[in-house]
Design a protein around this ligand. Structure first.
Ligand SMILES: *Cc1c(COP(=O)(O)O)cnc(C)c1O
Length: 433
């Protein structure tokens, strides 16, 4: 469920005409809904009612400060994977005491920054990281509260680029090594082992792999307690899928029931790290049709949005529903078109042979379910701007990320001194130094 619906023949974001935002900020742009973010966070949180738990929103899905501040107000913590994301979360009003730091390659600098800020928990993913963290913490005179992320070797049955819980994946401590790494961690001076963490992948549409992984984790917690470890936290990760197309993912309520069943009586605080499930359907990408090109056996809808703005179709073969901002009429002819961007790569294709009503050059279209892994993965490839992000709240909206123009991108670039002689008719440009 979301808050992007047709009203009087036009697409609205909550109570705002999408076309009005397009007039104000230009296309393409991302548009997020406060009501949808709120609803998804609340539904997820309420599905876990009755358990001692905390939700840590996975910042990598959508790190916009306006989005994070919206979730912070609802009580969300943050699951971060870099020091940069920590800065974002803190700037948005999420206190360090509600931040969990995940990731396989945290650098010494990042670990130091996290300890200095006093983050709630660091999820350690390897032995070298464990030792490095212990040394850093000891040298700072602090103890690092950690969970150890284990790899349960369970197939999440999702796209291969976003499955993380198989032994062949780079994530977590191998299941066979888990007990010995916990024993090692218990002896280290800068480390306080508080829990076990797991995250088996993203866009899961079935509870079976979750149940398998969580059951293994529960068994491990009991084994570790038997070995004298004081396990107080079980971090169950994120990954709950959303309907992009025909998928029918479990509801948060079904997920919550499964969690309660598997973790019944465990006596641990439960941590969750949902990303996509909270923000995916809370965002659309709005774009204009530049040309409608009729080929011999294919037609192309050429948009002003491209793979640099939304890379999921190119990267994960992802499906995004594309709808015209002007509502089609019930009897309208539908014809297959390839929906593409202007970038000079065939991969810059959003959809092939998609049935669409007739739209003309200049018309606005919207990609649904673009709120997760959209703007955060964008780039300036092909000399393109980073596009604006807008957050709607009822009849109000705010630009929560301004367009980053090519001039600003070029500002960080320099012509080296040896070439810096001014070109004829050119303003001299400052060389580096
Ligand atoms: C990416 C990630 C998440 C969030 O995944 P979603 O599929 O967006 O819910 C949570 N935890 C960790 C460790 C992650 O890497």
């Amino acid at each position: 469920m979301d808050h992007f619906n047709y009203r009087n023949g036009e697409l609205y974001a909550e109570d705002v005409r999408v076309a009005d935002i397009a007039d104000a900020v230009g296309t393409p742009f991302y548009c997020y809904s406060t009501a949808t973010l709120t609803r998804h966070y609340t539904v997820f949180d309420e599905a876990l009612a009755g358990t001692d738990h905390q939700v840590y929103f996975a910042v990598k899905a959508n790190g916009n400060i306006g989005v994070l501040a919206t979730l912070a107000q609802l009580g969300a913590g943050a699951d971060i994977v870099s020091a940069g994301e920590m800065q974002r979360a803190i700037a948005a009003g999420i206190p360090a005491s509600k931040i969990v730091f995940s990731g396989v390659g945290k650098t010494a600098g990042e670990l130091k920054a996290a300890l200095a800020a006093g983050v709630h928990q660091i999820n350690v993913e390897s032995q070298p990281e464990l030792h490095s963290l212990s040394e850093i913490a000891a040298s700072m005179g602090v103890t690092a509260p950690i969970a150890i992320r284990v790899n349960p070797d369970v197939d999440a049955k999702t796209h291969k680029k976003i499955t993380t819980g198989l032994s062949e994946n780079k994530f977590g401590i191998a299941w066979e090594q888990a007990e010995s790494v916990f024993a090692e961690a218990a002896k280290l001076p800068g480390i306080d082992v508080v829990g076990v963490a797991v995250h088996i992948g993203s866009q899961l549409t079935d509870l079976t792999p979750y149940r398998a992984a969580y059951t293994k984790v529960r068994g491990l917690v009991e084994t570790l307690r038997g070995q004298g470890h004081d396990i107080r936290v079980v971090d169950l990760g994120g990954g709950l899928g959303i309907p992009y197309d025909a998928e029918n993912p479990p509801s948060p309520a079904e997920y919550g029931r499964m969690v309660k069943e598997v973790m019944d009586g465990i006596g641990c605080k439960l941590a969750f790290e949902p990303g996509r499930m909270i923000c995916g359907n809370a965002g659309i990408l709005v774009s204009s049709v530049v040309y409608l090109k009729k080929g011999v056996d294919r037609s192309f809808l050429i948009l002003d949005a491209a793979m640099n703005d939304l890379i999921r179709p190119a990267m994960y073969d992802a499906h995004h529903t594309v709808i015209p901002v002007n509502e089609p009429h019930p009897g309208d002819n539908m014809a297959p078109v390839d929906i593409v961007g202007p970038i000079c790569e065939s991969g810059d294709t959003f959809a092939r042979e998609r049935l669409m009503p007739a739209v003309e050059a200049g018309a606005l279209v919207a990609f649904r379910s673009a709120g997760a892994y959209g703007a955060v993965m964008s780039s300036t490839y092909n000399g393109r701007d980073l596009i604006p992000e807008v957050l709607v709240n009822g009849a109000d909206y705010a630009v929560v990320a301004e367009r980053l123009r090519i001039e600003s991108v070029m500002d960080r670039e320099r012509v080296p001194e040896w070439l810096a002689a001014p070109l004829p008719g050119d303003m001299p440009r400052e060389a580096s130094g």
